[in-house]
Design a protein around this ligand. Sequence first.
Ligand SMILES: *Cc1c(COP(=O)(O)O)cnc(C)c1O
Length: 373
Amino acid sequence: MKYPHLSLKRANEPYMAEMKAVAAEVIEGGWYIRGKYVSQLEELLCQYLGCRYAVATGNGLDALRLMLRAYIERGVMQPGDEVIVPSNTYVASVLAITDNRLVPVFVEPSVDTYNLDTSLIEQAITPRTRAIMVVHLYGRACWDETLKSVAARHGLKIVEDNAQAFGAVSSVAGLQGSHHTGALGDAAGESFYPTKNLGALGDAGAVTTDDREVADVVRALGNYGSAVRYVNEYKGVNSRMDDLQAAFLLVKLKHLDEENRRRVEIARLYTESIDNERLILPQAGEPGEHIWHQYVVRCTERDRLMRYLESQGVGSLIHYPIPPHKQQCYREYNHLHLPLAETLAHEVLSLPMSSYLTDDDVHEIASIINRFA
Ligand SMILES: *Cc1c(COP(=O)(O)O)cnc(C)c1O
């Protein structure tokens, strides 16, 4: 395959030497979990995002589920309460909700952004609604005045699934004044899974928030429910970050903005050079709002397009082929009809996207797409 959807080896190539050096430092340092590299990463995540607290977790799903669990432990939410979530998202957003015995209420996306349509939120609110989970899908910030005012009017928390958009900024300020996704709402879950824009070399995640209570409870929950050794306040889990992953992330965080700028350029090149009426191209939004975790096109003949691209040496992936409410594990929601999420699941296709792509690569992929008849 000349153009795989993503080669992690190539994506990490520029950092190999530096990562090997810090790996040796960590190994020789003799402290491997929640050590000084993790603390330093937590500090830099706060600086970068403009928030007060960051708590490193084992992965992104744990970040999301422990963030919601913290609200339950603090009495802000109770099992059975409802959380509004976009119908068009990765299943992990919903797993974090149901893992806490909270109830997902699916709201359809906007056809322009593929993100939660904030004009549809208010009609989905009931007396049991406690939170709105926004997902900055594909790297595009989902944040606007409507969202802020609906949440304020109904006293709802806004939580962010920022797994795909670390580094994106909204033109509309967040609740505490930051413009960075991950620091817009009341609390956020980050993922540093290797394929994400800021990717580790293994599983890693974080909760970021301005809420001291949420941060403290998440930190204890990820450590068996214990803040003071051998004293257990909560029935916790084990979800902590390795210093090795933190050290790798510290190396890559320095280059993230530059990487994301290259993704923006690649997306612009795709949009300029793809010219095929069978495809609908994604919209960029305001400057900085989209950091292109994925460049996702729509095509009614998606499966045929995917096979054609493969035959031409271009790898593509479907994000995502089955919406959460149609998954087997969510039989109780299978009867729901959420037409836009279902249509997107049949039509979306993610093209190769990584900062290592050259202009020539993008032009060649575009001209292969333009020959799809
Ligand atoms: C990757 C991802 C997650 C989960 O993160 P992990 O680190 O893989 O556990 C959650 N939500 C979305 C939208 C994701 O893309």
